[in-house]
Design a protein. Structure first.
Length: 295
């Protein structure tokens, strides 16, 4: 019998790069917020091997796909000799800074664990997730979180008071930004690799206080510097959002998705209408509540 699970995405409310580490990664602090947009994965047992299919023909279905690698890691860790069939229904834009691939990998670990009667505990799942990518551990749970280290050390947080009734508008320009490219470009912007420590805790305190305006002013992303330099249209998106009433606007992760925070669905629909009038109707866009409730 097939098992179906949804794989949600995230935005980075803050991505503050503190230093480059000796292992080539960057020490950082990030505040991540789950967003109720999703891919869908379907799991079935099979006789042997890993059979991955996807509705998007541009995505690989071999070990170059994080879902395939997650299945490999799960079978290796458990010693299970059966095979698996996984179908990925891709809906979240690729190379968008929304963690779609990482979320799919985490959902694969959780789904396969359930399919095979939960042979792995939470600690082992988190270990496997961290081995697959810095963002993957975050997606094992569905709460906001503080990420430290290279992002793989995840501390779940309570839902933010500032987001009660708040909607998020996300727009994707139709091109992606590679995460390795974004980090490599930091060499040209050394000031972006020495962020001020403590920004994350400051933002969390503002979000917990319920002050959306103050929290919005504290959103920050070190990777904007190279991304906006190469793709100035992304800066124009943010300017448009703020000019038409968004409480905050930022690029998520390594980009290329830009998001704006608004206080109601009506405000979000008006913001999207203004955006379409200026930039056209071809961009992917989504408007969803951040706290799971309508307003």
């Amino acid at each position: 019998m097939a098992l179906t699970r949804l794989s949600h995405c995230k935005v980075n409310l803050l991505l503050n790069i503190l230093a480059r580490r000796d292992d080539g990664f960057h020490e950082l602090e990030t505040v991540m917020q789950p967003v109720q947009l999703h891919d869908q994965l379907e799991f079935e047992r099979a006789a042997r091997g890993i059979q991955l299919s996807c509705n998007d023909p541009s995505l690989p279905t071999d070990a170059n796909n994080l879902v395939h690698r997650a299945a490999q890691a799960f079978l290796r860790a458990t010693g299970i000799r059966d095979g698996v069939r996984v179908h990925l229904d891709k809906r979240i834009p690729k190379a968008a800074g929304l963690g779609g691939g990482s979320g799919d990998a985490a959902t694969a670990l959780l789904g396969l664990n359930e399919l095979f009667a939960n042979p792995l505990d939470g600690v082992k799942l988190a270990e496997l997730a961290a081995s697959l990518g810095s963002d993957v551990p975050f997606f094992l749970q569905s709460r906001p979180a503080l990420g430290t280290g290279r992002g793989e050390r995840v501390e779940p947080l309570e839902p933010f008071a500032a987001f009660r009734g708040v909607f998020i508008l996300l727009v994707h320009p139709g091109f992606g930004i590679s995460t390795p490219w974004a980090y490599k470009q930091l060499a040209r912007f050394p000031e972006a690799t020495h962020g001020r420590a403590g920004r994350a805790q400051h933002l969390i305190a503002l979000l917990d206080s319920g002050d959306l305006a103050a929290a919005g002013a504290a959103l920050f992303n070190s990777l904007e510097m190279p991304a906006l330099h190469k793709f100035p249209v992304l800066a124009m998106y943010q300017e448009s959002f703020k000019a038409h009433g968004a409480a905050a606007a930022l690029m998520s992760g390594s980009g290329s998705t830009t998001f704006g925070l608004v206080r109601s669905r009506a405000a979000g629909e008006e913001l999207l209408s203004k955006f379409r009038s200026r930039f056209g109707a071809t961009c992917w866009a989504a408007l969803v509540p951040l706290d799971g409730r309508e307003s």
